[in-house]
Design a protein around this ligand. Structure first.
Ligand code: TIU
Length: 242
């Protein structure tokens, strides 16, 4: 339930401690909510994973995404994938392990983890709308070999709300680098998921341990509560100055 008194100033009730954000300098970053990770027949399943483990993140992300759209917040979606000629795919990534299909092989949703294929695209429930930024990334982190750093700088962003899949791989890699680049990152706990529930738990614990060594962790209700309180405050302030 939303409770404006708990987050009266737009502060997010987060762990290890509440965090007060400048919302005009805050972006929502949604990591790799692609069919290749979320649906049967994609990259995630070829690695031997139960893709059903990730579905729980969709509704919490959708609720924060709607609130972010309502308030005109910068929204960035990322997609992991490679060029059709695999020129941006390190052989060490393509050749490793014993997946049922390798990156670039034809699968039921097109070539595995290749840009432009159906499996590479974002799931319909979270599909980007006009004006939202889509970052195509060849790696696990969203900064490596992308324009994300420049885009955040251009928009005057200091803080990131981060969600998506998987918690311990692409979300953690991105948050660690964002933290090094000076961004305050609030990771939305129920808006992330892993094929391994225990890695999800530990992936979140790693972020918030040691006084928030990489960032903060809050659930989607806490984020929504803070966004709503901040919007109410802005409206009150606008009313008072009329
Ligand atoms: N396999 C796995 O857990 N994740 C990835 O390969 N990429 C992302 O996390 N997006």
């Amino acid at each position: 339930m939303l409770n404006a008194t708990r987050a009266a100033s737009g502060t997010i009730i987060a762990e290890p401690e509440p965090i007060d954000l400048d919302w005009s300098a805050t972006a929502l970053v949604i990591i790799d909510m692609q069919r290749d990770f979320m649906e049967p027949g994609g990259f995630g399943e070829t690695l031997g994973n139960d893709v059903g483990q990730l579905a729980r993140a969709v509704l919490p992300i959708a609720s924060v995404l709607m609130a972010a759209r309502d308030r005109g917040m910068l929204v960035i979606h990322t997609r992991e994938g490679h060029l059709p000629d695999l020129s941006d795919a390190p052989p060490a990534k393509v050749a490793r392990g014993a997946p049922s299909l390798r990156i670039g092989d034809p699968g039921p949703m097109g070539r595995i983890l290749i840009r432009g294929e159906a499996g590479h695209d974002i799931i319909p429930e979270l599909y980007p709308v006009e004006g939202e930024i889509v970052i195509d990334k060849p790696g696990k982190g969203a900064f490596h070999a992308t324009a994300l750093g420049d885009i955040l700088q251009k928009h005057g962003i200091d803080n990131l709300l981060v969600c998506g899949v998987t918690t311990e791989v692409c979300v953690n890699t991105t948050v660690r680098e964002a933290n090094d680049r000076g961004y305050r990152c609030v990771v939305i706990s129920d808006g992330c998921a892993s094929y391994f529930p225990e890695f999800h738990e530990m992936g979140l614990k790693m972020i918030k341990a040691q006084g928030g060594i990489f960032g903060w962790v809050a659930d989607s209700d806490a984020v929504l509560e803070a966004m709503q309180a901040e919007t109410s405050n802005s409206n009150l302030a606008a009313g008072a100055s009329r």
